[in-house]
Design a protein around this ligand. Sequence first.
Ligand code: FMN
Length: 215
Amino acid sequence: MLKKVIIYLFVVVVLVACDSKTIEQKEVSNQKKSNAVVETIMNRRSIRSYKPEQIKPDELDIILECGINAPSARNIQPWSVRVVQSKEVLTKLNSDYVNYTKLQNPEFSNRVPDYDVLFGAPTFVLIAGDTTEMYAQNDCGMLAQNMLLAAESMQIGSCVLGGIIRFINSPQGKEFRDMLLLPDNHRLFIGIVFGYKDENPDAKPRDASKVKKIN
Ligand SMILES: Cc1cc2nc3c(=O)[nH]c(=O)nc-3n(C[C@H](O)[C@H](O)[C@H](O)COP(=O)(O)O)c2cc1C
């Protein structure tokens, strides 16, 4: 009899423990679904194929407004943001970039004959920061992420671009760089293309083991 009671109690304890875990997991996944910010963060992906239509001016304004509402150290806002939407300018930038890359790596054009470093996106936003400000890169990163999430919340695709920025910062990128009229001491840190999505890629895996809770 006692044995039966012990087994019964053991089963009850295990069931209660399992159930509370399920409830916890359910709460987390319900929160993901019902919290617009969490949902936007989890849905954002780098988009590498765009429809040719330009995003609406109001949508661009919201993206820019959200960008500059990012936190920055001592609220210095050490950034310069430039928006380029001219198809002619973007086409020229791409061909300059391709020619430059071909010089560095002659195999490049054979591998990717119609390469478009901007993935056909109609809007290119460039973010530069004041190199004399210690936290400028962090601040610009926060501004960039605000823009990505604002765009995603309106179903607008985006992709952060580092490679093209290296080119624009190089001597060969001077013509384009000069057009941006950046203040002295400001250096380009990051570019982001925006446009309506023409693909819907799956999320890339994330390594949760990089996060540790220290108790
Ligand atoms: C600083 C930085 C530079 C990046 N540069 C490029 C780039 O030059 N070309 C590109 O296709 N993606 C670029 N990406 C996008 C990353 O490849 C992408 O964020 C990463 O693979 C994770 O995928 P996800 O954005 O879809 O979650 C860059 C991202 C960051 C943050």
